[in-house]
Design a protein around this ligand. Structure first.
Ligand code: URA
Length: 440
């Protein structure tokens, strides 16, 4: 078999066989197929797509390119969650402890920030002492003890995806349904949970910008999960506006704790409750209404917050920062952006707000960059809010004062103040289950 012939086939929109997909991924992981040939294949897939069968085969071969984790040493039903990536999306830190407090088991491996989107592992590392790398036994023991463990992806989880993702990132081939679906589902299947909840983001801050594409991506991933014997549900949630008010690592941990303590921002609380209810539904805790009530109760009685603190301590972290946020390392510089006119925020480009946080130091400019955990921003006004000239719109935090100028320029370019209030947008657009799409 020759990679050249497989590229030619895909260039003409033909279907690759199971053996050809296996050959291509094996060869790429071993370094026998060079980046330039794989780049060409990725672009051919971007233009010509893949059949459902090809996507499933690609996912399975990528999942099996490394360890397939066996979670049977953890008692009870394990449920995983994955977001397709967003700005201010800190829901794992909220829904994980809610589900664990209600009796579900969350053995979750998370990723780092990517481009303008944040990552759970970076946020967790803002908690002093918290270890995101545990060995397999410590990971299992923590879930058995606390109901939850949140760690970074182990080196050998779907190595084919790791290599392919890095190549897609620099060849403009990230935004492609077969490639996103196989990337996400290969990691989820390898990570071993019994059920999977997918949070597919839609809008300006998401990889999928339209609702139709987001639903198609969700259906593709749900079909792959169910085909592999894992109960899988997807929610399509808004990412036209950042989720919550805070963007940045310690800022987002603090805001997540606000939700767990019952006084977080309304949008973040609502999306988190819907995600948590669906995870509890997947592990068999009742119908969606009953599961929502369980989730709400775990916030009201403090058990979700205490579950998170117990996990943090078990993983070496200092949980006192979760009770008193002033104990987080503080950014030395702070600046405000003020409204220059009266009106309503009629547009807020979430991707640009995410890029602002990267400029301030909260994300990586290059793969090797360090993260400034104290950097980020707090939005005081969001899409739809009325503003008066002189109102503070955003407070920015950084360790590099020179970053304020570029961040403010980006904000002014990406936020529009108009004269009439815009129509409200839903927070959750749709729910996708096997063979079923409910639009809200
Ligand atoms: N997240 C992933 O893990 N993979 C993608 O391709 C996109 C988002």
């Amino acid at each position: 078999m020759r990679m050249y012939d497989l590229i030619t086939k895909k260039k003409h929109g033909e279907v690759l066989t199971d053996e050809e997909i296996q050959f291509m991924i094996d060869g790429y992981v071993k370094g026998e197929i060079p980046d330039y040939q794989m780049s060409s294949m990725l672009m051919a897939i971007w233009f010509n797509g893949m059949t459902d069968h090809e996507i499933t085969q690609l996912t399975m071969v990528m999942a099996k390119s490394g360890d397939m984790i066996d979670l049977s040493a953890i008692a009870g039903k394990k449920v995983d969650k994955h977001s397709t990536g967003g700005v201010g999306d800190k829901t794992t830190l909220i829904v994980g402890p809610i589900v664990a407090a209600c009796g579900g088991k969350v053995a979750k491996m998370s990723g780092r920030g990517l481009g303008h989107t944040g990552g759970t592992v970076d946020k967790l590392e803002a908690i002093p002492g918290y270890k995101t790398a545990l060995d397999r036994q410590e990971f299992f023991d923590t879930v058995n003890k606390c109901g939850i463990s949140l760690i970074g992806q182990s080196g050998n989880l779907a190595p084919a995806d790791k290599k392919l993702y890095a190549l897609r990132d620099v060849t403009a081939t990230v935004d492609c349904i077969p490639l996103i679906a196989s990337s996400i589902m290969s990691k989820k299947l390898a990570a071993g949970s019994d059920c999977i909840l997918l949070d597919v983001k839609t809008g300006s801050g998401a990889f999928m910008k339209t609702l139709d594409d987001s639903i198609k991506l969700a259906q593709t991933m749900v079909a792959i999960g169910e085909g592999a014997g894992r109960r899988t549900v997807a929610l399509i949630t808004d990412m036209d506006t950042p989720l919550g008010l805070g963007i940045g690592n310690s800022i987002e941990v603090a805001e997540s704790m606000d939700v767990l303590k019952g006084h977080g921002p309304a949008d973040l609380t609502e999306v988190s409750l819907q995600l948590a209810a669906n995870m509890l539904y997947l592990v068999g805790k009742g119908d969606l209404d009953e599961c929502r009530k369980l989730a709400e109760k775990s916030i009201e009685d403090g058990s979700a917050f205490e579950t998170f603190c117990t996990m943090v301590k078990a993983q070496g972290g200092d949980d006192s920062v979760l009770r008193d946020y002033s104990k987080f390392a503080q950014a030395p510089f702070k600046a405000e952006i003020k409204a220059e006119e009266d009106g309503f925020i009629t547009k807020m480009n979430a991707e640009a707000i995410g890029e602002m946080s990267v400029i301030l130091g909260a994300g990586r400019e290059t793969k090797e960059s360090d993260i400034d955990f104290s950097a980020g921003l707090m939005l005081h006004k969001k899409y739809g809010d009325a503003v008066k000239k002189g109102d503070v719109l955003v407070t920015m935090y950084t360790s590099k004062e020179a970053a304020f100028k570029g961040a403010e320029e980006l904000y002014r370019k990406s936020v529009v103040i108009g004269s009439t209030a815009p129509a409200k947008e839903p927070l959750v657009y749709a729910r996708v289950e096997k063979d079923k799409v409910e639009k809200y």
